[in-house]
Design a protein around this ligand. Structure first.
Ligand SMILES: Cc1ncc(COP(=O)(O)O)c(C=O)c1O
Length: 385
């Protein structure tokens, strides 16, 4: 069996979540029906919502189930933009440069089609959004509809100064959405005291099933729905709710977490001694407990990925490739890396079932894979082509 070190992409379902889902699949009833079967489904759904709310420090009524992280982010950004701009608050969206494509593609779509003005906030060499730039954008412009930010970088693992962003935005009367999809169950989250207006999470990143996520929407938030229909979930997201998926999501949300910091640090130290020229990217201290991200000079991250895969180890370059063509990561470029440096990126992410033996297998395969990847060299393709 291959060693799996790509838990930030998706992590296996926890046995408790899988068992809960299988049991719930046998239950008949639309949770909106008023007969007893419907009410039973409704009870299961609301218990699941309560458990998820408990894991996020919010009220159950604030949890809106979606189809996953991408939908949550779309609903938050488009929904808040439409509601705020309709109320005359303005059309500007402040976005750090190192966001996930769920955010980037959403704000670019709003810019192209809905008249949004997108203002990109710089990140520092560790991938952390600049609070100074956030503050000056908020004081220079009085037409800011919202600020959106990652809670932690899904690519380089850097924990973002969300508290600082919220403090500045709240002073300016601007709502903030946080993409907590990579941070959920790795960092403490207390929505009610955070000052956030909305927060996105996804079940398959925490040992729940694929196909369900949630957007936490504060009771007082103004948000336009993306999906119209039966008016479920405070009319924020219509559609019959997926009870078995919600039940399984809640089982994962309830499952105790344990810090992965020790194994991560062993992995980082091991990579540094196996390939001394490899450079750890992201914040060395304030980083997700499951993330190790490196750039390897003189090679393509994709070559390394394929060679490690052939040696039985699944890792990631951390960034999407466009139509099968490796692109230098926008996150690394925003951190000031050159395109050549950025092309040698590799992200290794741990999950609850990761072991010392997994890390050892990676470390023993890495030197030979790196030598071969360097011999294959950097592709001469120019990114603009
Ligand atoms: C930070 C972040 N945002 C959004 C997403 C999209 O979530 P989903 O895969 O549930 O659609 C991901 C998934 O990789 C992510 O890591």
């Amino acid at each position: 069996m291959a060693v799996y070190l790509d838990h930030a992409a998706t992590t296996p379902m926890l046995p408790v979540a899988r068992d809960a889902m299988i049991d719930a699949l046998d239950v008949v009833g639309n949770s909106s029906s008023i007969h007893s079967a419907g009410q039973n489904a409704r009870r299961m759904l609301e218990e699941a919502r309560e458990a998820i709310a408990g894991s996020l420090g919010c009220d159950p009524i604030e949890v809106v189930f979606t189809s996953g992280g991408t939908e949550s982010v779309n609903l938050a950004i488009k929904g808040m933009f439409w509601a705020r701009s309709a109320a005359g608050a303005g059309r500007r969206i402040l976005v750090p440069r190192g966001e996930h494509h769920a955010t980037i593609d959403t704000v670019e779509w709003l810019e192209r089609t809905e008249g949004a003005i997108v203002e990109w906030l710089p990140t520092d060499e560790l991938g952390r959004v600049s609070l100074e730039a956030t503050e000056s954008a908020l004081s220079a412009h009085h037409d800011v509809a919202l600020v959106t930010t990652l809670m932690a970088s899904n690519e380089v693992g850097t924990i973002q100064p969300v508290e600082g962003v919220v403090r500045l935005a709240t002073r300016a009367g601007v709502p903030v959405h946080a993409d907590a999809i990579g941070a959920y169950r790795h960092l403490p989250i207390d929505f009610s005291s955070s000052g956030l207006t909305a927060l996105s999470v996804s079940a398959h990143k925490i040992g729940g099933p694929l196909g369900i996520g949630a957007l936490v929407v504060s009771r007082t938030a103004a948000i336009e729905p993306l999906i119209h229909g039966g008016g479920q979930q405070r009319k924020v997201r219509s559609g019959t709710q997926d009870v078995p998926a919600a039940v399984a999501f809640s089982a994962a949300a309830r499952h105790p977490t344990m810090p992965l910091t020790g194994l991560r640090d062993r992995l980082i130290a091991g990579v540094q001694s196996a390939v001394p020229s490899a450079v750890l990217r992201g914040d060395p201290i304030d980083r997700l407990d499951n993330n190790a991200h490196f750039t390897f000079p003189g090679c393509e991250g994709d070559s390394l990925l394929y060679l490690l895969d052939a040696a039985g180890v699944c890792v990631s370059t951390g960034s999407a490739c466009q139509a099968g063509i490796p692109e230098a990561s926008h996150v690394l470029l925003a951190m000031g890396l050159t395109e050549a440096e950025a092309r040698g990126a590799l992200r290794m992410t741990l999950g609850v079932a990761s072991t010392d033996a997994d890390v050892d297998t990676l470390l023993s395969a890495l030197p030979a894979a790196y030598d071969r990847a360097v011999r294959a060299g950097l592709s001469t393709r120019v990114s603009a082509l």
